[in-house]
Design a protein around this ligand. Sequence first.
Ligand code: DC
Length: 229
Amino acid sequence: MIIAIDGPSGAGKSTLGKMLAKKLNLLYLDTGAMYRAVALAVTREGVPIWDIDRIAVIAETAKIDLVGEPDAMKVMLDGDDVSVNIRTLDAAQAASQVSTISEVRRIMVDHQRAIGESSPTGCVLEGRDIGSVVFPKADIKFFLTATPEARARRRYMEDQSKGRISSYENTLAEINERDERDVSREDSPLTIADDAVVIDTSELDLSEVFETMLAKIAEQSPTKIAPTT
Ligand code: DC
């Protein structure tokens, strides 16, 4: 069972992806975290963003692992726990830039397919190109979206709760800038797959979206559901 969740930053993909993975006993893969880890490796090595060849080598050789249960997942880069370091605004911007490089995308997509296919029960993958590129034959595809203001509000509140310094205005500006880059890049831009179920989460609470997603999964893949709880 492969569940694809795509959409812009702050639409609820991670939270809902983790909830679905737990409920349906599937592996959870945050593909954005992989691009963030590559970006961090690039920054740490001081490689400029225009040096595509060196960045491709880093993407190929960096050892990126996502370990642990969905809600306590750690992101490891060459054996170092970078779960916190990859969540800064700078890391988000760097990830958005690194993810425009085709060679990096090819390497990440290969990894993501291998991880998704290796899970005996299946996998929930969230990102920008899961339903369109990584698993175009996914059992079910969701596209979660929300207004930039709603997404910025959520991100800002999350940052506050985790003690990260930010302002609502900066967060909104950063979200708009990243959206623009994610939808306008040449390789695998953020798009809505033809067969995706689109959910606008702006006015919905988490449990409403979760129930809608579960109902869609039950409708489209009833034989593949084996909930744990
Ligand atoms: O989901 P996120 O904010 O952690 O993703 C970080 C960046 O990585 C985002 O700007 C777009 C990029 N990304 C991508 O291009 N393709 C994916 N499948 C996942 C993320």
